[in-house]
Design a protein around this ligand. Structure first.
Ligand SMILES: CC(C)(COP(=O)(O)OP(=O)(O)OC[C@H]1O[C@@H](n2cnc3c(N)ncnc32)[C@H](O)[C@@H]1OP(=O)(O)O)[C@@H](O)C(=O)NCCC(=O)NCCS
Length: 185
């Protein structure tokens, strides 16, 4: 396998089509997304990590820099989403390799933290990749930034995860309610 990191403006149209096919295979329970060449879900990322095997993309993730409002203070983060490995390649370490590449991409974007929200069943995977589960806290985010404006979700989130981008930096993600002022990737 080999890995690429592409800024969004460098992704050729044909690759969007291939990524959409990979995402459809990875997220069969979200048939409303990833139709045709649409290779994003709730908001479009600014950078893609792509793992290639035999000339086709089999793993991918998206990253978008965003300031999260933590009780009035803007905290910069690289929001990570679209994390996926083709079903034919799972449980053989490709997902962990993908997350290593994501960590390197976060460093390249010069953000102090990676941030994501996930389903409870994926917490163990992200912890294996070095991410930490934040304690439960109030979170406000838009459910989808791609169509009509929608009411923001305002909930106590139990599966928000962070990773420090640089191993040398020992700052912790700040405590307190988080307002995304937008959607997750
Ligand atoms: C989550 C996903 C990316 C993992 O990819 P993968 O290549 O299978 O991951 P790896 O083989 O590197 O797994 C490493 C470890 O993570 C954990 N892990 C991986 N998938 C897991 C799962 N579905 N449930 C619980 N733990 C899991 C295991 O500890 C695994 O080690 P093990 O195989 O020795 O038990 C992949 O299952 C996927 O694409 N899922 C569909 C898309 C999705 O839901 N993405 C997450 C969005 S939040």
């Amino acid at each position: 396998m080999h890995w690429d990191v592409l800024r969004e403006g460098s992704v050729p149209i044909g690759l969007h089509e291939e990524l959409a096919a990979l995402l459809r295979a990875a997220y069969p329970h979200f048939p409303e997304f990833f139709q045709g060449r649409r290779s994003w879900s709730y908001v479009r990322p600014e950078l893609r990590v792509i793992g290639w095997d035999d000339g086709r993309p089999v793993a991918t993730a998206g990253v978008l820099r965003r300031f999260i409002d933590v009780e009035g203070t803007d905290q910069l983060a690289g929001v990570v989403g679209l994390v996926s490995v083709h079903p034919s390649c799972r449980r053989s370490g490709v997902g962990l390799a993908l997350m290593r590449e994501v960590r390197a991409a976060l460093l390249g974007l010069d953000v102090p933290f990676g941030l994501l929200m996930c389903a409870p069943r994926h917490v163990a995977f992200y912890e294996r990749a070095g991410w930490s589960l934040l304690s439960s806290r109030r979170v406000r985010y838009s459910p989808d930034d791609t169509t009509e404006p929608e009411q923001f979700v305002d909930e106590i989130a139990t599966t928000t995860m962070v990773v420090r981008a640089a191993a040398t930096d020992d700052a912790e993600w700040p405590e307190g309610a988080m307002d995304w002022n937008g959607a997750s990737v």
